[in-house]
Ligand binder design. Structure first.
Ligand SMILES: Nc1nc2c(ncn2[C@@H]2O[C@H](COP(=O)(O)OP(=O)(O)O)[C@@H](O)[C@H]2O)c(=O)[nH]1
Ligand SMILES: [Mg+2]
Length: 367
């Protein structure tokens, strides 16, 4: 029994298979034809294995000519945003995957500064979508919104550090955060267990909302329910990345070689890599829906609340558009003025009433 459960997290086919070709089972046929657009952001201190993990996840070298900065460069470094897009096709299903890497996070002495460009990036994508949505050509909008953010936690930090907490709190209403424990091969099983518990406690204490896997429908099949349970209990996923293929007992595996043996990335006994990939693939559509229905709607609501006009991308602003925008802005301002006036009038009226009540009591006059 346990055996069959294990199998759900092993590679169903040859190594080199990502698994999103199964997506048509879950989504509308139209999006299958067009292909999926998905954006994954990776954030965490540099050197935690973000780039390696991304390459292991999608079996593509997204960063063929990367350079590792020196310590001196790192001190000066502010966070950079690198977005790379690859198109992966598997059994006729296309995935347009954008990975947004944030090298330099936590390197600079003032780590709060690192948040700003990341938050800006997320907001910019919402803004772009909002503009496109209110534009004329709404049928072919490219969705560049960040659908998921893997947040890498340092395995040697004994839990979340203050900047981890601050970052997550700064973005948890904007993006689906999936926390991962980096370089899990540097910890023992017990240490991983303790660290997971500590991180979950801290997430709870600090009221950080991370992405939660959706509840299964009651008519879902048992295997799927069991898979969801196992995925849920693996959070925060303890992962290992490696770009080298090693031969173990005439099997080729992605792994890291040590004097005492090989750590296999895709072995569920060794780490949660396959679980993380399964989570991402099977919940890609849910991650998109939560982005659309919660995070994007939050963004829109905030914009409306602030009374900010929806900006058009440069170059597309026509006279009529700007006129209409001005009209809307004026109307908004007028509504605000009226609301203020109303509030003032109500305050005055209730003051008067209070005075009258006082008087009527004193004079004992009935109305
Ligand atoms: N032990 C161990 N080392 C790793 C792991 N993933 C990556 N590395 C190594 O850590 C170093 C930094 O990895 P990189 O992917 O560039 O980290 P990034 O700065 O977060 O993108 C490289 O030497 C990798 O080979 C892992 O899971 N375990
Ligand atoms: Mg990197």
């Amino acid at each position: 029994m346990a055996d069959s459960r294990q199998r759900q997290f092993t590679n169903p086919e040859q190594p080199g298979y990502v698994g999103f070709a199964n997506l048509p089972n879950q989504v509308h046929r139209k999006s299958v034809k067009r292909g999926f657009e998905f954006t994954l952001m990776v954030v965490g201190e540099s050197g935690l294995g973000k780039s390696t993990l991304v390459n292991s996840l999608f079996l593509t070298d997204l960063y063929p000519d990367r350079q590792i900065p020196s310590a001196l460069e790192k001190i000066k470094q502010t966070v950079r945003i690198d977005a790379s897009t690859v198109e992966i096709e598997e059994r006729g299903v296309k995935l347009r995957l954008t990975v947004v890497d944030t090298p330099g996070f936590g390197d600079s002495l003032n780590s709060a500064d690192c948040f700003i460009p990341i938050i800006q990036y997320i907001d910019d994508q919402f803004e772009r979508f909002l503009n496109d949505e209110s534009g004329l050509n709404r049928r072919h909008i490219t969705d560049n919104r960040v659908h998921c953010c893997f947040y890498f936690v340092n395995p040697s930090g004994h839990g979340l550090k203050p900047h981890d907490i601050a970052f997550m709190r700064a973005v948890h209403h904007k993006v689906n955060i999936v926390p991962v424990i980096a370089k899990a091969d540097t910890l023992t099983k017990q240490e991983v267990f303790n660290l997971k518990r500590k991180i979950l406690d801290q997430i709870d204490e600090c009221a950080i909302s991370i992405y939660s896997l959706p509840d299964c429908e009651s008519d879902e099949d048992e295997d799927f329910k069991e898979q969801s349970r196992q995925l849920r209990s693996a959070v925060p996923f303890a992962v290992i990345g490696a770009n080298t293929v090693i031969e173990v007992k005439s099997r080729k595996v992605r792994g890291r070689m040590y004097p005492w043996g090989v750590v296999e990335v895709e072995n569920p006994e060794h780490c949660d890599f396959i679980k993380l990939r399964t989570m991402l693939i099977t919940h890609m559509q849910d991650l998109q829906e939560v982005t659309q229905e919660i995070h994007y709607e939050n963004y829109r609501a905030q914009k409306i609340e602030k009374g900010e006009p929806v900006k058009k991308p440069r170059g597309t602003l026509t006279q009529t558009d700007s006129d209409r925008e001005k009209e809307l802005r004026d109307k908004d301002a007028e509504i605000q003025r009226m609301q203020q006036m109303l509030a003032k009038m109500q305050a005055e009226m209730s003051q008067q009433k209070a005075v009258q009540n006082g008087d009527s009591k004193a004079q004992d006059v009935t109305v």
